[in-house]
Write a protein that binds this ligand. Structure first.
Ligand code: SF4
Length: 375
């Protein structure tokens, strides 16, 4: 497995809940940034032996804010430098309003074979609260254009637990998403990060999040509708038609190695995690001066890495492989967690088979609490 993540930190506007590395209004920097990415890619390829790429993921930000030829050049450049495995998964995140037939055709011809569209809601009022610059109709049109351009693997991102949302509104959004026959769905509960405008509005009482019973009803609706549509839950927040699970993200959840390029991007190789500088302008300057863009570096100790692998792996419905843990770390779950593990199993939150440890159905509901005990 050899994975490369490329961060494109540009957006049309800044959504009020967003804490990602993303900046509006930097259109003048796009070309320079793309050139810097390719320069960094060449350096990375020279120092890397894990080739060719099995997954490549352009995330953001809004990658599709870049011009089609620029994106195609980034992908072609990386494939030239790193190589591309047969059946490689090459994904791009897209937002409605930043795609058109010409751009999508170019991306498809350039070898991108998975389109992940940030829809978030099919309710225009909710989209407004989220500060999204697109409408529900724009999102549906983006899916139609993606199919017309030949994308056979389309994922939609939706969020639930939005201010003012009730379970009926969630049902309607999910039904509209499913009516578009996506191959994959990412369904995340809104997390409101401190310091964001949405957080301020909530603390000032201008907006309110749904109550626990509404959230529970939304979870039930999700389970029922996804099952009826033939989308299988394979990760806490992700559903796919069989065979369409996101391989790039599965590698993250298995705590596998991955390379990264771009401002704010995080890469991890041999348990050494590096984060690049977030400011895209500074990122370009450093690359052009031939200097390192690494801002933070962390070397994970064996047990810390083991625990991370367990916690990340439990996000997958299949759980973590006990044999793989033993091979990778020479440690067994019992050695590391002792009676905590026994207790969580006795409480019906975890189940351990001869091959795997995984969350039970009840454990999935209380996943955050279970994981907090295993950190
Ligand atoms: S489109 Fe995504 S990355 Fe960009 S500001 Fe909105 S939430 Fe953040």
């Amino acid at each position: 497995m050899s994975s490369l993540y490329i961060h494109i930190p540009f957006c049309l506007s800044k959504c009020p809940y967003c804490s990602f590395v993303s900046y509006p209004g930097l259109d003048g920097l796009h070309q320079r940034y793309a050139a810097a990415l390719l320069r960094e890619a060449a350096e990375l390829a020279r120092n890397t032996t894990t080739l060719p790429l099995t997954t490549l993921f352009l995330g953001g930000g809004t990658p599709t804010l870049l011009a089609g030829p620029t994106l195609a050049a980034i992908v072609a450049g990386c494939i030239d430098l790193f190589g591309r495995a047969e059946q490689a998964e090459i994904s791009i995140e897209a937002n409605p309003q930043t795609v058109d037939p010409a751009k999508l055709n170019l991306l498809r011809q350039g070898g991108i074979n998975r389109l992940s569209i940030g829809v978030q809601s099919f309710n225009d009022q909710e989209l407004q609260v989220l500060g999204r610059p697109h409408s529900a109709a724009d999102a549906a049109e983006a899916v139609r254009l993606g199919r017309a351009a030949g994308f056979a693997n389309i994922s939609l991102d939706l969020m639930y637990g939005l201010p003012g949302q009730d379970h009926q509104s969630w049902r309607r959004s999910l039904e509209q998403a499913l009516a578009l026959a996506p191959d994959h769905l990412s369904l995340y509960e809104l997390t409101v990060e401190q310091g964001t405008p949405l957080h301020r509005h909530l603390t000032q009482g201008l907006l309110a999040l749904p109550e626990e019973d509404e959230l529970a009803a939304m979870d039930e609706i999700t389970a029922t509708l996804c099952q009826q549509a033939g989308l299988v839950r394979y990760e806490i927040s992700n559903y796919a038609r069989p065979g369409y699970e996101c391989r790039h993200n599965i590698n993250y959840w298995q705590n596998g190695p991955y390379l990264a390029l771009g401002a704010g991007a995080v890469g991890c190789l041999n348990d050494r995690r590096q984060q690049k500088i977030s400011d895209p302008q500074r990122y370009c300057e450093l690359i052009e001066a031939g200097q390192s863009t690494v801002q933070d570096e962390e070397c994970l100790e064996r047990e810390a890495s083991f625990r991370e692998t367990v916690i990340m792996g439990l996000r997958l419905l299949c759980g973590v492989s006990r044999a793989q843990l033993q091979r990778r770390y020479g440690l067994a779950l019992e050695d590391c967690y002792g009676i905590t593990l026994t207790r969580l199993i006795d409480q019906g939150l975890l189940e351990m088979s001869p091959s795997h440890l995984r969350l039970t159905a009840r454990g999935l509901v209380f996943a955050n609490q279970v994981m907090a005990e295993l950190v």
